[in-house]
Design a protein. Structure first.
Length: 378
């Protein structure tokens, strides 16, 4: 098959800004494209020129298209790829895989399909209306233009349960809803390794230091449990605008030297080593889509504790491989952390479960399932 992957945004914002992009090689959509190509298919990725990296080492064909009216369609949120429809019409594609229903690029895909037939599949992560100021616009979109997308696209593949429910609640016909297929992680990098030393050890949180990651809740919870576990550290892996404020919070809680801010840029192999060395990983975001951190941690065989504001909490509600706590609840998070710290046997049991469950997130397994759906008839 000749497949187009339409994924305008390759990196998340940090502190409200698009970060410097040295390479896109480790970007999820690029890894997905390479894995599809390894199966013998011809693949082209379409992304916004705003995300063009300094190094061209993607290992797959990528077309960085210019942004149309970037002041109206900001590249960090809803980029409009100039010339995309024409590329798809004349590209001879059998299948086009677009990310998200609410994207100008997806409308361009539908427009192209009306001019030249191809199979159009939407890989949906979003499971809520964007907030705060875009909520009204998003609701209007799903009551108008999204109905056109629902009618013209051939299949919608949700990346999690919450995305599936969201699509159905907004009028998608159940017959067009495919199986849940999450985005994947590099299984050759994120995999189980030697168990960490039991004491003192460290806990790990990977994510940007910004408000929506809820790291302040984690610091407060860690300050509650740390006195009972001498030498235990909390490593915060990431950078962002709230680093000074959260350093101050850690200091006020008496956690200097025990809360470690690791703000250095690291590659995936280095981050995987951090996961494997942790007792468990924590992701306290009050609200988040389907972040890579819990998937990567489980793929490395580490248990996770996440908030119920993260989409993945629905899949983790059975308690296999990790725990879920009410978002923003410091005491509940502290109790969850304490339960794993006080019981190495329970922690190791969850670690084994995480390693087994984490296999479903391996990129090649995800891509095999994805390609099967892309090539399915009818």
């Amino acid at each position: 098959m000749k497949i187009a992957l339409v994924n305008p945004i390759t990196r998340s914002q940090v502190g409200g800004k698009i970060p410097r992009i040295i390479s896109n090689r480790e970007a999820m959509i690029v890894q997905t494209a390479r894995a599809i190509a390894d199966l013998g298919h011809e693949v082209i990725v379409y992304a916004s020129a705003t995300y063009r990296p300094e190094q061209s080492d993607e290992g797959v064909s990528i077309s960085y298209l210019p942004d149309f009216l970037p002041r109206i369609f900001p590249p960090a949120k809803i980029p409009w790829l100039q010339g995309l429809a024409s590329e798809l019409v004349h590209g001879g594609f059998d299948v086009v895989l677009a990310s998200e229903t609410l994207q100008p690029a997806t409308l361009a895909c539908v427009r192209a399909k009306s001019r030249r037939p191809f199979r159009l599949v939407i890989w949906q992560e979003m499971g809520h209306y964007q907030k705060p100021f875009l909520t009204l616009a998003a609701r209007l979109y799903y009551r108008t233009l999204a109905r056109w997308v629902f009618a013209r696209a051939d299949l919608f593949i949700p990346r999690c349960l919450r995305a599936a429910i969201f699509l159905l609640c907004n009028g998608l016909q159940p017959a067009k809803l495919g199986p849940i297929i999450p985005h994947g992680v590099a299984g050759e990098i994120f995999h189980p390794g030697p168990r960490p030393p039991q004491n003192p050890g460290y806990l790990l949180c990977v994510g940007n230091l910004m408000e929506r990651k809820g790291v302040d809740v984690l610091i407060r919870a860690f300050a509650q449990v740390a006195p009972n576990f001498p030498g235990l550290r909390l490593i915060l892996k990431g950078a962002g605008p709230l680093e000074p404020a959260w350093r101050s919070l850690a200091s006020r809680r008496g956690m200097n030297g025990r809360v470690v801010f690791d703000t250095q840029r690291s590659n995936h192999r280095e981050i995987a080593e951090l996961y494997r060395g942790a007792l468990f990983a924590v992701l306290p975001s009050p609200t988040d889509l389907l972040p890579f951190a819990p998937l990567e941690a489980m793929a490395c065989g580490r248990p996770v504790i996440i908030s119920d504001g993260i989409y993945f909490c629905d899949e983790l509600s059975d308690g296999v491989g990790g725990l879920v706590f009410p978002r923003g609840n410091v005491d509940a998070l502290a109790a969850a952390m304490r339960s794993l710290l006080e019981s190495p046997a329970r922690r190791e049991s969850l670690a084994r479960q995480a390693a087994e469950r984490g296999q479903i997130f391996h990129n090649r397994r995800v891509v095999a399932a994805l390609v099967q759906e892309l090539g399915r008839e009818g």
